[in-house]
Design a protein around this ligand. Structure first.
Ligand code: FES
Ligand code: FES
Length: 208
């Protein structure tokens, strides 16, 4: 099947099928595809979110206003994963070195393990769950699937977020600019050639 046709036939159901046949990466690339997603969205939509901690925090996450009480040492990724149940963002090194936890903060990519939740006060956070437009995948997500830009998939949400930020800042990067722009994201499977192809392909899709 041509890439074009493959892309057109992409659906949530296809990805569930792929995941069940071993394409584990699909699960982390498209974490919203799960039977528990409606509950997650319901949970995050509550505007007066309560959790342990004494410091008030208000921010937007994937377009929704969140009010929370956090500890001074709660990191942004802990807020996202442990309290908002947005587990698409992954933690690997937990020390600001690998990029697995990358999210967008006011449109710029940041390591969410290396940032306090309180520092996101008043800002807008986008996680991999927030990239989809309803049932439609973001062009970067589509490109990663079409170009097989993943192996185990663990680093993929972070790679996707870094690619989105890169393409927002530079819609038509050269291969060298993609390599530089993605340098903050480590892939332990060394899927780098395909990751670069994915970003270049996404660039073409986003131009159309
Ligand atoms: S988990 Fe945050 S940079 Fe590695
Ligand atoms: S695809 Fe396995 S770590 Fe990147």
């Amino acid at each position: 099947m041509s890439k074009e046709n493959k892309s057109k036939k992409l659906s949530r159901r296809d990805f569930i099928g792929r995941a069940s046949t071993g394409a584990v990466g699909s699960i982390v690339l498209f974490p919203a595809i799960s039977s528990g997603n409606d509950k997650r969205e319901e949970k995050i939509s509550k505007t007066n979110f309560k959790m342990l901690g004494t410091n008030s925090l208000t921010l937007k996450v994937n377009g929704k206003k969140i009010s929370a009480k956090v500890n001074a040492n709660t990191t942004l990724v802990e807020l996202l994963r442990d309290h908002l149940n947005l587990t698409g963002t992954k933690v690997a090194c937990n020390s600001g070195e690998c990029g697995s936890c990358s999210v967008l903060l006011d449109g710029e990519v940041v390591y969410s393990c290396h940032m306090l939740a309180l520092d996101a006060q008043g800002k807008s956070v986008t996680t991999v769950e927030g990239l989809m437009d309803g049932e439609k995948f973001h062009p970067v997500q589509e490109a990663f699937v079409e170009e097989d830009g993943l192996q185990c998939g663990f680093c993929t949400p972070g790679q996707v977020m870094a690619a989105v930020s890169l393409l927002n800042n530079n819609p038509t990067p050269t291969k060298g600019e993609v390599m530089n722009g993605m340098a903050g994201n480590i892939c332990r499977c060394a899927a780098y050639p395909k990751i670069i192809d994915s970003v270049l392909s996404a660039s073409k899709k986003m131009k159309v």
